[in-house]
Write a protein that binds this ligand. Structure first.
Ligand SMILES: [Ca+2]
Length: 347
C-alpha cells in the first residue's frame, strides 16, 4: 500500500509539473483558431476518478510490472484484488485500467509539451519532436516508445493534428514514431483522439498492440472505460456512476461494474466480473472458460440485510476474449465507445 500511495503522489506531482507547461485556458472545441489544446486538466480529472474508484476496494499488493495482484486466481479475494490493482497500480504493462489510460494521457501530454497542439481546423504537421521515454508525463513510469526493449531513449516522433470533423471527438493526432518527418502517405503507428468539453471528457489511443479509451460525463456522474491489450490479451471494461466533483473525484457511488478478461479465444483465463449498486455486491470469476466453483457471490453491505443481485449479474460471454475478431484497427475511427449502462460482456 505504501508503494501505491507513493505512486499516486508521484503521479500527481508529475501531472502538476506537466500542467505547468500548458495554457490552462480551455478552448472552444472544434472551432478553429490558434488556442492551444488543453489536455492535462482533462487527464488529471480522469485520473482522479480512477483513484477514487480504487479507494472503494480493499487494498491489495500489486506487481509493479504486470499489475497483477499477489492473490492467486481462484481465491476468494482475487476479483476485488485484481480490480483494485487495475485501478491503482502504476504497472509497466498497459493491460491495467490505470496504466492503459496513463499511456494515452502521457502521449498527449508529452507531445503537447514538446510541440503544442494548435487547435486549427487545418491539419497541422509537427516534425521531429523529441520525446523522452522517461518524460514525467508518463505517470506510471517510463514507456518503451520505440519498442526496442528499454525505456532509456529519447525518441523522435512526427505527428499530424486535425481538429474538427472527428466524429465524437474534437482532435485527432496521428503519430509516427522514430520519424524525423511526417510521411503523409505513410502509416501512423499511434492515433490519439480527444474531446474536452464542459461536461464530456474523453480520450482514446489506438496502436497495433493496444486500444484504451475513457469517457467522463460530469453532470450525470458517469465514467466509462475500455482497454484492449493485444500483447497480453487483456480486455477490460468498466462503468461507474456517482457524484463527480469538479476535479473528477467520484463519491456516493451508486453503480460500479467491471469486467477484466484475460486470454485469447481458446486460452481464456482468470476473467473477473464485479458489480455493485452501492449496497448489493455481485462478483464472479472464471478460471479458463470454467467458472471457479463457489465464487459467484452476492452480498450486501447492509447489516442483517438480504442481498439481491438480480440486476447486477453480468452474463459470461467467451466472445469478450476474441482479440482476433476485434483487431485494433476496428477502433481507429472517431466513434466513441458505447456509453450506456449496464455494461455487457459481448464483443
Ligand atoms: Ca525504448
Amino acid at each position: 500500500m505504501k508503494l501505491n500511495i507513493f505512486l499516486m503522489v508521484l503521479a500527481t506531482l508529475s501531472l502538476t509539473a506537466c500542467n505547468d507547461d500548458d495554457n490552462p485556458t480551455t478552448p472552444a472545441p472544434g472551432t478553429g483558431g490558434t488556442t492551444p489544446v488543453e489536455t492535462q486538466n482533462a487527464f488529471v480529472t480522469v485520473n482522479n476518478a480512477l483513484t477514487s474508484l480504487a479507494g472503494t476496494f480493499p487494498t491489495a499488493t500489486c506487481d509493479a510490472t504486470t499489475g497483477a495482484p499477489s492473490t492467486a486466481p481462484g481465491s476468494a479475494t482475487f476479483v476485488t484484488d485484481k480490480i483494485f490493482c487495475s485501478l491503482s497500480s502504476g504497472a509497466t504493462s498497459t493491460g491495467s485500467i490505470r496504466s492503459g489510460y496513463a499511456r494515452t494521457a502521457g502521449l498527449f501530454c508529452a507531445i503537447n509539451k514538446a510541440s503544442p497542439l494548435t487547435n486549427t481546423t487545418t491539419p497541422t504537421v509537427h516534425d521531429n519532436v523529441s520525446i523522452s521515454e522517461s518524460d514525467p508525463c508518463f505517470t506510471t513510469g517510463p514507456v518503451d516508445l520505440n519498442a526496442d526493449g528499454d525505456t532509456a531513449d529519447t525518441v523522435p516522433v512526427s505527428f499530424r493534428e486535425t481538429t474538427g470533423g472527428q466524429g465524437d471527438f474534437d482532435t485527432k493526432v496521428e503519430m509516427q514514431t522514430n520519424a524525423i518527418a511526417f510521411n503523409t502517405s505513410g502509416t501512423s503507428d499511434t492515433t490519439l483522439y480527444m474531446k474536452n468539453a464542459a461536461d464530456l471528457t474523453t480520450a482514446k489511443s489506438v496502436t497495433a498492440t493496444g486500444v484504451s479509451e475513457a469517457v467522463l460525463k460530469k453532470s450525470s456522474g458517469e465514467v466509462f472505460y475500455e482497454n484492449r491489450d493485444y500483447t497480453n490479451n487483456n480486455h477490460t471494461r468498466m462503468y461507474g456512476k456517482g457524484a463527480v466533483a469538479t476535479n473528477g473525484t467520484i463519491s456516493n457511488l451508486t453503480n460500479l461494474q467491471v469486467i477484466e478478461a484475460s486470454g485469447n479465444t481458446g486460452s481464456e483465463a482468470n476473467s473477473v466480473m464485479f458489480a455493485t449498486d452501492g449496497t448489493n455486491v455481485w462478483q464472479d470469476q472464471y478460471v479458463g472458460t470454467t467458472r471457479a466453483t463457489g465464487f459467484d457471490t452476492c452480498t450486501t453491505t447492509t447489516t442483517g440485510g438480504t442481498p439481491n443481485c438480480t440486476a447486477l449479474v453480468i452474463p459470461y460471454d467467451a466472445g469478450f476474449h476474441d482479440f482476433t475478431a476485434n483487431p485494433a484497427t476496428n477502433y481507429n475511427n472517431g466513434t466513441m465507445m458505447s456509453t450506456t449502462a449496464p455494461i455487457t460482456m459481448s464483443f
